[in-house]
Design a protein around this ligand. Sequence first.
Ligand code: TYM
Length: 333
Amino acid sequence: MSEKKLRVLSGIQPSGKLTIGNYIGAMINFVALQREYDCFFMIADLHAVTVPQEPADLREQTEMVAALYVAAGIDPARAAMFVQSQVPQHAELGWLMTTLSYMGELERMTQFKDKSAGKEAVGAGLFVYPSLMAADILLYQANLVPVGDDQKQHLELTRDLAGRFNHRYGDLLTIPEPYIPKVGARIMSLDDASKKMSKSNPNAGSYIALLDEPDVIRKKIARAKTDLGKEIVYDPQNKPEISNLMSIYAHCSGLSLEDIQARYEGQGYGAFKKDLAEHVVATLEPLQRKYKDIRASGAIHDILRDGAEKAMAVAETTLRQVKDLMGFLLPRR
Ligand code: TYM
């Protein structure tokens, strides 16, 4: 008897250029998991508008993330790839999850605290963002959610909301598990290893964008801040900058941290950084080539339409069950 495949859902916001942090923390796991799981990968545009977006930029970036998914190796024949706003069940279950959420637990979210700090006017969407994210996951009854470290707290809230729903209304929603890589769950800024690498950082030298030209990548890595001393050792506490670069090296070369440490014993940062740049370029060049082909082919629209159809079928079933259990009067079929 064939066992039913477990389900995976994850998403990325189309709110700027994707970085190698998004790639290492999330996308490469999407690609790895699609072989064994029933996968749904979303472009989280409803999340992106929790901060103001230029309409033309939002459209362009949405297509960009979709094409990067395919370029990174997501196979639309295996995994459903879709745009969140094209599956209206997200907004609807998002509202229902908001009604289940407490102000106190939303106030505790560190991402909300970071994004609202020092701002005079903070959008209400930013506050209820985690309730929508819970809906994204629970609509698909996902077992596993591949994300970077910064999304862990949102996953915990999702688990709490699912448990609360099940307790109050009946056992329906699957409690999801986070899937967080051991190395690379938190790629840090190249100019400040106390901050995560982020596509919204105004200093472009702080991140490597997936679509950066090879020479730009080389320059950024050459200028990346490094710790005092010259040993290449993995020690995130005492050598956060070198450790961060080593994580990137490990992912782009396939070597383990120990191998890298051994390889550069007795050598300084210069040789290490030069090789690192070449590994990053060699990883991103084929991805960039594929990206350009996909954009030029226009195939992305068909892929997204098929993905939304597949997603909607699953999402509608869950939403109907949720509404029924909560006591909403359903239209007679
Ligand atoms: P977003 O768009 O900020 O980031 C997408 C994914 O990339 C990971 N990531 C990183 N990993 C390692 N190092 C970094 N520097 C780094 N920067 C980003 C993030 O952890 C994330 O996995 N709320 C989500 C999007 C979302 C979602 C969902 C995710 C909406 N609904 C449902 C999973 C399930 C976000 O803002 O990710």
